[in-house]
Design a protein around this ligand. Sequence first.
Ligand code: SAM
Length: 227
Amino acid sequence: KLSERLLNVASFLPQGSNFADIGSDHAYLPCYVCQNDQTARAIAGEVNEGPFSSAQDTVEKYQLNHLIDVRLGNGLSVLKHDEVEQVVIAGMGGSLIRSILEEGKDKLSKVELIIAQPNVDEKNVRHWLTLHDYEIQDEVILEENGHTYEIIVGKKGTDKINHLTEKDLLFGPILGKEKNELFCEKWTSEKEKLIRVINQMKNAKIQDELKISHFEKQLAWIEEVLG
Ligand code: SAM
């Protein structure tokens, strides 16, 4: 059975999607999608040999070779131009997701939907999407096995420009408005971590005033959003 996290990611793909799952590992996500929707097509990309061969095995096992193409390579380089309409990048850090998007942006001309699930540093992903005309149309926060995950869905904008503030990038334009229970738990724990870091920095022999004030600003934002 697919994890709650990946089920949630999959729920944002439209019927008949033609998508790439970059960093697919076992290819569980494309296999689930294509098994449930025979009109869907997927490319599973993997940069590492081990996961690449696991992906091939899963696709073989479910006899989905006619719907899923497993490719070995870095990021979006496994794609030809105009090959897919949706891209999923899940289960990595936000800065890695951002650099995959940035390095492969010439492959995104036909991509209308980017579904990203960063494990940390979500703001990097939001920032990249906003700079490249992808409007954040959905955001989800969920908990699984003691971890909190965020899913960010960017839709290629027509002429609507995203005006996101630094705070929107940090908290999420949608999650930061909803402020559900999990969001508050996450930011309460981030707040506690930040207080510890600031105290440690203040007690250190060499103090980095600039960094301290950056963290203090962030702490004030968190206190403000938590109300
Ligand atoms: N996407 C799956 C998920 O969300 O469960 C797997 C996540 S797994 C933690 C991250 C995968 O990304 C690993 O299999 C790793 O080999 C792959 N990966 C890391 N950097 C990559 C890159 N630049 N291009 C393609 N795959 C990459």
